[in-house]
Write a protein that binds this ligand. Sequence first.
Ligand SMILES: [Zn+2]
Length: 406
Amino acid sequence: MAKLEVVISDEIATLCSWAEHNLHLSFIDAIFAQNQLLDLFLQSTPGIARPVENLSLQKDILDPMLAYARKHKLSTKEDTILFETRVMGLVTPAQSTVLATFDAKAATDGIEEAEDYLNSLAVNSNYIRRVDIAKNVKWQVLNARGDLVITINLSKPEKTNKQVLQEFTKTEVNYPRCALCLENLGFAGDQMRAARQTLRVIPISLCGEEWFFQFSPYVYFDHHSIVFSKEHVPMKITPDTFVRQFDFLELFPNYFIGSNADLPIVGGSILSHDHFQCGKKVLPMFSRAARGAYRHQDFNDVAVYVLDWYNSVVVLKSKNRQSIEKLAAIILSEWRNYSDPQSNILAWTDGKPHNTVTPIATLDDNGIYSLYMILRNNRTDEKHPYGIFHPTEDMHNIKMEGIGLI
Ligand SMILES: [Zn+2]
């Protein structure tokens, strides 16, 4: 027997009620949202909401609404996710409301409560699509040289290094110019780009500049988040990068913050827009011991270690963040020009730089700042056209995209 079609106005009323209970949508905004949804679904009178306590958003509310939209040609099979995001955007509290709530929670209950509020909003509004994230496969590998957490990420497609380079160098103006630009707020998306009506961001000040905090829709780890520059400017690791990282930790001390490197092959998937990745302090590297300790004569208050880890990592630790910032600037500058032909490391080819760092920072409960500087080199040669320090072609089914900090 054919399934009876839902009464769409009842579903709309139910969704608005669900949003009041699960997204902190106010009573008055729910009335507004209901009228917007009635218009979207070509209805003129409101329906009656079902009790929402035991309803699954996806299965019990959205899927029937999406089926109705498809049947009545309001959406197509191809744009189902775009249409769903449009619907959810109408019942997700406005950007300014979310910001006010986040700030109020941070002021009265502390930053962790505010983070949890924003994270649960991201999950409940389907901005973070749990159904897709659940497809990822994740396990831990114990090893004497350091435990690893391995993830097979099935929710975000990998880019080739060629694609990343093309996006980095292309000059045509699109809108929004990239997936990280602030102008994605409320963006409807298309077949190539994600809809962002459910994206909500928090403005912060780093190094005296305007930056924005948001959760990543592609969750690799707990509270995986992104901090991006207000300006669409390319990734660039400079001494200011370290200042921005420590400024961030003053605001979000329970997170780590790292930047991908600023060169193709050793950078992440987006080089065209300066940004950081953050989240709970989950990186396996954080628990590794040092295999060498040093002091710089001019920076007695900074402990310097080389980490016993798969990458070459220099760690700077101190209660004095300014000392770390200055010493890190010296190390960055030295490394940019460092060559060691025996180890296949050449700093330059025909004026093109190869050396950079992936910097990751944390702040612990005792007020000790740490900066992990992973030394990177992106040179290619005839034998290694994809990068001397990159997976060879036979391993590209496992990892092809530039190796960032994750
Ligand atoms: Zn951008």
